[in-house]
Design a protein around this ligand. Structure first.
Ligand SMILES: [Zn+2]
Length: 198
């Protein structure tokens, strides 16, 4: 039976590369893949997904207002597999719609993305994936200290970690670094001691 998959990991854990490799593997077996990426600014259309190691692929951008079940039914029902990159930006309803595609069309839907935001809280879409996905797996990455990274720290231009702000910053040039929670909290104390705004 087909499943809804949630493959999550921290920033820089090669999620996008794995999404693109998974697409390639299905295509090699003659299967047609619908690759999509949620758009937080509600633009739709075509986009190119790039991984840091150089893999790229065309993808369909889906606004958060798009019913994904209807989209699949109307335009992409010839696809044998659905792969979503940056799935943390799906709405909970869209996750349910993907789950309905799995059941009604008996095809696998694989979602790659972050579990938590820069303040260690779950994204709403990721929470829904934890609740209903039939398969959940972690793509691991490592903090600079050698321990498993679990926090997606947001950095400002000066290289300081930001400890407040909106969950999603539109058009922001924020940088994110995966760290363990111990290092993240240590850095917070150091910044506070230096009187840096946190
Ligand atoms: Zn660490």
């Amino acid at each position: 039976m087909a499943k809804l998959y949630f493959k999550y990991g921290a920033m820089g854990c090669s999620k996008t590369a794995q999404a693109l490799i998974t697409k390639f593997n299905y295509e090699e077996r003659g299967m047609k893949v619908l690759l999509m990426k949620p758009s937080v600014d509600n633009r739709d259309g075509a986009t190119v997904i790039k991984s840091r190691i150089g893999l790229t692929s065309d993808a369909v951008t889906v606004p958060q207002t798009q019913d994904l079940y209807e989209l699949y039914k109307e335009k992409y029902s010839d696809c044998d597999v659905v792969i979503v990159d940056e799935c943390q930006f799906l709405t909970p309803d869209q996750v349910d719609e993907l789950g309905d595609i799995v059941i009604d069309y008996n095809i696998p839907v694989l979602c790659f993305g972050l579990a938590t935001d820069f303040l260690t809280h779950l994204f709403p879409g990721s929470r829904r994936l934890f609740e209903i996905a039939e398969s959940i797996s972690e793509i691991k990455s490592v903090c600079r200290c050698g321990v498993k990274a679990t926090v997606n720290a947001r950095m400002d231009d000066a290289g300081n970690i930001v400890y407040s702000g909106e969950q999603v910053v539109l058009g922001g040039n924020d940088r994110y670094v995966a760290m363990c929670r111990k290092c993240w909290l240590k850095k917070k104390k150091e910044q506070e001691a230096k009187g840096l705004f946190v």
